[in-house]
Design a protein around this ligand. Structure first.
Ligand SMILES: Cc1cc2nc3c(=O)[nH]c(=O)nc-3n(C[C@H](O)[C@H](O)[C@H](O)COP(=O)(O)OP(=O)(O)OC[C@H]3O[C@@H](n4cnc5c(N)ncnc54)[C@H](O)[C@@H]3O)c2cc1C
Length: 210
């Protein structure tokens, strides 16, 4: 009888210890620290009704577009110049590829891009200047011609401030012919850029605030 009792006690203790071990182990795996989380690949969920709203929580407000510059001052002059060359190339090529007759949505997209570009430009001191220039000369986004003319004009404003040679904006169409293909040419979409003041469709001249 005493032998049976001790076997039962041993079994009970073993069961208790196993159970508490399992509970403890389970809770620890939940607490594994994650220092880096891989981005979620949502491609397999696209089109399904349960797909997450990719833009959830994003609200494009004027505060978002015109808020303070984000990057710090860029001290290194070589980095500043390299960044500038690459950025101007991007900006002018973007204008050269912009539709000749954009939809309202496309014009809004370009305007928002330029505003956010000026906020996020990685040279903080350049970005500050650029933001104040945008207030004075708001981006012209009514057509490819006006956008390209505007970009040439503001680039020249920066050139002037840095005591660099000014660019002839009449030549910008040829200069940023990015190899966009014959399609544009045959449709007659590639035109001479006639300079900011002459090409602005909405106002006929550069808008100058304040
Ligand atoms: C938004 C922005 C703001 C900047 N602000 C500052 C600043 O505050 N201080 C600073 O030190 N640097 C600034 N930079 C960098 C500066 O403008 C130059 O990019 C950099 O000094 C290198 O100059 P670069 O002489 O090599 O030619 P870039 O001015 O970089 O021009 C590159 C090429 O574009 C062509 N080009 C020149 N002018 C025009 C034009 N008007 N339209 C079209 N094409 C043109 C020329 O072929 C030129 O070689 C800024 C850059 C950007 C994009």
């Amino acid at each position: 009888m005493a032998r049976h009792l001790s076997v039962i006690v041993i079994l009970a203790i073993t069961a208790f210890l196993s159970l508490s071990f399992l509970m403890n182990f389970g809770s620890r795996t939940d607490q594994v620290p994650q220092q880096w989380t891989a981005p979620v690949d949502t491609s397999s969920q696209q089109g399904k009704s349960s797909a997450p709203d990719l833009m959830a929580g994003l609200e494009i407000t004027s505060e978002l577009l015109t808020g303070d510059v984000i990057a710090p001052k860029l001290e290194n002059a070589t980095a500043k110049a390299e960044l500038g060359r690459a950025s101007w190339k991007l900006l002018h090529t973007m204008m050269a590829r912009f539709p000749e007759k954009p939809t309202a949505d496309e014009s809004q997209a370009l305007k928002s891009y330029i505003q956010l570009f000026s906020r996020l430009y990685p040279c903080g001191d350049c970005a500050k200047h650029f933001q104040s220039m945008l207030k004075q000369y708001p981006p012209q986004v009514g057509s490819r011609n006006s956008a390209a003319g505007w970009a040439c004009f503001v680039h020249n404003q920066v050139n002037e401030r840095l005591h660099k040679e000014l660019f002839d904006c009449n030549k910008i169409g040829d200069f940023y012919d990015c190899g966009c293909g014959e399609e544009d040419k045959t449709k007659g979409a590639k035109k001479e850029y006639k300079g900011q003041a002459e090409t602005e469709e909405e106002s006929g001249e550069l808008k100058k605030d304040g």
